[in-house]
Design a protein around this ligand. Structure first.
Ligand code: F0G
Length: 353
């Protein structure tokens, strides 16, 4: 029999992670997410290959679990009994899940009224203490950092280097599955931890001879929340992609480094472009993602229209599940619903048969 899958990030990638024999080997089965070839958007873009890394397949429905499992394990190793994060939703869902699993207290700071319903439902279900602040994610993160600096509570935002270490494992998986690094990687950018983590992973893969090349890192911010593109913080960021509604990313500098060292780019996509890609991913690829995740595909389509997309093999990271944000699903789509009487003929008529 083949080896059981889903051993979890800590066990599977132990040799590339900062763990010791004392690090508890916790897992919810994160990592080893599918890399699925495009059937429609690849043709539109005219690239040789387009692949989607389905990070929505992680246990809490987003890529955060890869980093959270390492951050929580290391916090436990250091004796922590409580974790804290600021979040636009997914980090808090993930922190709350691992805390519940490991018997830790989780407290989350979220911007009031700006977190998608599915993510909040997860935090509630996992029993986290939820603090809603009147302010943006950026305010919440500043507050979380100072509270964690003063009290014995582990900060599990991506400013914690253990998070970056865990998230870099996605690059290793991509190189393993494709047999090499791709030519380009498209990824949404919010607080900019994930682009930083992927780049670290790809650099390491090249050093370890798991890959013969570095991909160009193509990062995409929402136009109303695009501080890196504009070159200055955005005070009141706005976008339908609430996960990346961030005006002053904590990993700003490393994200610029990833962009520059990889000869890539970080550009902006409008909410309309994000929602178009969101509908296209669901309708033509069968991939229901949350709006922030669609930013990577929106960005590739925009680059292609502008003639800036080179060919080759491209991977788009689909960071989170569409189920996280039912309100957007309802508003951005037109349902094909008809009422029918509960009879054979009624259903025939409704189906036009
Ligand atoms: N996609 C999704 C679904 C996210 O939840 C996030 C970030 C990103 C992309 C951007 O990643 O911040 O590393 O650049 N969500 C954070 C949160 C901020 O609190 O859940 P990033």
């Amino acid at each position: 029999m083949s080896e059981p899958q889903r051993r979890g990030v800590l066990e599977r990638w132990a040799e590339v992670l900062p763990i010791t024999p004392q690090t508890p080997r916790i897992t919810l089965g994160e990592g080893d997410t599918p890399l699925v070839r495009s059937v429609a958007i690849e043709r539109e873009l005219g690239v040789d290959e387009l692949w989607f890394k389905l990070e929505s397949s992680n246990p809490t429905g987003s890529f955060k679990d890869r980093g959270m499992v390492v951050a929580v394990a290391k916090a436990m190793e250091r004796g922590a009994q409580a974790v804290l994060c600021a979040s636009t939703g997914n980090t808090s869902a993930s922190a709350a899940a691992y805390a519940a699993r490991c018997g830790l207290e989780a407290s989350i700071l979220v911007p009031h009224g700006r977190v998608a319903a599915g993510k909040l439902a997860q935090a509630v279900a996992f029993g986290a203490r939820i603090v809603e602040i009147e302010g943006s994610f950026d305010h919440a993160l500043t507050l979380a950092r100072s509270v964690a600096g003063t009290h014995p509570i582990a900060l599990v935002n991506s400013v914690n280097p253990d998070r970056i270490e865990g998230q870099k494992t996605a690059s290793y998986e991509i190189c393993e599955t494709l047999g090499d690094a791709p030519d380009a990687l498209a990824i949404p950018v919010g607080n900019a931890g994930n682009i930083t983590a992927y780049w670290k992973g790809f650099v390491e893969c090249a050093e370890r001879d798991y890959a013969s090349l570095h991909p160009r890192m193509l990062g995409f911010q929402a136009a109303g929340a695009a501080p890196i593109v504009r070159g200055e913080p955005v005070d009141d960021p706005q976008t339908v992609a609430t996960a990346i509604r961030i005006g002053n990313p904590a990993s700003w500098k490393p994200a610029e480094q990833a962009r520059d060292e990889s000869e890539g780019l970080i550009e902006a996509v409008s909410d309309d472009e994000i929602l178009e890609a969101y509908r296209l991913l669901a309708g033509s690829e069968g991939l229901f993602v949350e709006p922030a995740s669609a930013a990577s595909v929106a960005g590739l389509r925009k680059l292609n229209r502008e003639g800036g997309l080179r060919g080759g093999r491209v991977v788009a990271v689909l960071t989170g599940s569409g189920l996280k944000d039912p309100e957007t699903a309802e508003h951005a789509n037109t349902p094909k619903v008809v009422r029918a009487t509960a009879t054979f003929e009624g259903v025939e008529r409704a189906l036009g048969l």
